[in-house]
Design a binder for this molecule. Structure first.
Ligand code: GLC
Length: 440
């Protein structure tokens, strides 16, 4: 496939998944609007239709809660989808909007990055108008993250569900869950192997092979956490008072650091000053983030919010401090060494979401091994900031090769590139478009 053919095919995927005011991640499996998906989608769309990219991001804001929270899903109506609205029941929270149904949790704060990337395609006057339009919503989202998700005012924000990291079954979270938070009834199901009976009834098995998704036990655990959050009306204070699973995730906070820098530059462009408390918090986040560093293994880890212990289970989060861009060059180099290590992240089709030598690694198992194009994109951005252009180019070239060979799949085996998960997946298409423009 030539570059032009890839661009054409990728745009066709986005056109197919476009629903008038937002783009769904994929037909069937993902029929709603997702927060970080739409951010990645807009980053690709801006190259062929900047207005549509703006519409995409404004679509996310339809779902913003009055306390500033931006939910990870804005739900679409419809018979099949009504089930999701009942599942989330966002109206249990007094902060949820009246006219749209949403989820009750959030996702990585990629919005500021997407706003800036879309802004780069506008002339300076249009850019200021664009920034002015989205600035109040963005500030209130970042303020909410601090007031609601950093209750001890230490600088890092916590997540209440692995879905909030966007990396659903990523090993550090699943490890914590198995160690401390697995409800008794799920342990019983596991012990009696009743999960084997349930597997054929899973909705996602209609769209992807069971071996490519979460295990049934893990899926049940994630649903049970969601139900606990809903029972507490998505009220963080109430949830935390019941010793709930809460983690200061390294990937989430790395993305937040970068988002804060973008927020500052957006404010500057339109002549606004961020509130003093927000500026102080932003400084604190960068300092506190360094406490996630483990000198012994030479890498960053997520931290349990309650025990303050690092969760020393490597994952794709290990490399995302590169994207934050505020770590020292020395530490960035140590992460690049992991990226270049054949036992760690140096697969033929990088970057695996779990180190190759890890006991968690499975080539096709969702966030426990496969290569995803969005995490590749984040790592490429980080590498370029630190001047590791050779490594960045290599990941970009291999990502484009995956697309040319296997189309817009949700994820790929890092070993042989074989595709897995949903077909015609939007962010794969969007970010390949962005990567191709980067080489032009
Ligand atoms: C899955 C992914 C998440 C994504 C969503 C929609 O839940 O883990 O990152 O946002 O699907 O594509």
């Amino acid at each position: 496939m030539t570059q032009e053919q890839i661009l054409e095919a990728a745009q066709a995927v986005l056109d197919k998944n476009f629903k008038g005011n937002h783009t769904i991640p994929a037909q069937g499996l993902y029929p709603h609007q997702w927060l970080w998906d739409s951010c990645f989608i807009a980053i690709g769309q801006r190259h062929f239709d900047v207005e549509r990219a703006q519409t995409e991001l404004l679509g996310i804001l339809r779902g913003q809660w009055s306390n500033g929270m931006i939910p990870n899903m804005v739900l679409n109506q419809g018979r099949v989808r009504r089930h999701n609205a009942t599942f989330w029941r966002s109206s249990v929270s007094p902060y949820s909007p009246d006219n749209v149904q949403t989820s009750g949790i959030t996702q990585p704060p990629m919005l500021a990055e997407a706003i800036v990337k879309v802004g780069q395609k506008l002339d300076p006057r249009e850019r200021r108008t664009w920034y002015q339009r989205v600035y109040p919503a963005l500030v209130s989202y970042h303020q909410w993250l601090y007031t609601d998700r950093d209750p001890h005012q230490e600088g890092l924000v916590l997540q209440l569900h692995p879905w909030e990291t966007g990396l659903d079954n990523t090993p550090p979270w699943m490890y914590e869950l198995h160690q401390h938070q697995m409800p008794l009834w799920i342990r019983t199901v596991e012990k009696l192997r009743l999960d084997l009976l349930m597997t054929p009834f899973r909705k996602d098995s209609l769209f992807a092979l069971p071996g490519e998704r979460l295990s049934t036990i893990d899926a049940l655990s994630l649903y049970s956490i969601q139900r606990r959050l809903r029972r507490k009306r998505y009220d963080t204070q109430a949830i935390l008072s019941h010793s709930h699973l809460a983690i200061e995730d390294v990937s989430y906070n790395a993305i937040f650091i970068r988002a804060n820098e973008h927020l500052k530059s957006i404010a500057k462009t339109i002549g606004k000053t961020l509130p003093e408390d927000l500026r102080a918090n932003i400084r604190k986040t960068k300092e506190e983030f360094e406490k996630l560093w483990d000198a012994y293994s030479g890498q960053y880890y997520s931290r349990n919010f309650v025990t303050h212990k690092l969760i020393k289970v490597p994952s794709i989060g290990t490399l995302l401090p590169l994207y934050a861009g505020t770590i020292t060059k020395e530490r960035a180099k140590m992460l690049v060494d992991l990226l270049n290590d054949k036992h760690q992240f140096a697969a033929k089709y990088p970057v695996p979401t779990v180190p190759l030598k890890s006991e968690w690694f499975h080539a096709h198992m969702y966030w426990q091994g496969p290569t995803w194009i969005n995490t590749n994109w984040l790592i490429i951005e980080g590498l370029k900031r630190y001047g590791f252009d050779k490594e960045a180019d290599h990941i970009r070239e291999q990502s484009i090769k995956l697309y040319a060979g296997h189309g817009s799949s949700e994820y790929f085996s890092p070993i042989d590139g074989s595709p897995a998960g949903a077909k015609n997946f939007s962010w794969t298409a969007a970010l390949i478009i962005d990567m191709l423009h980067d080489t032009k």
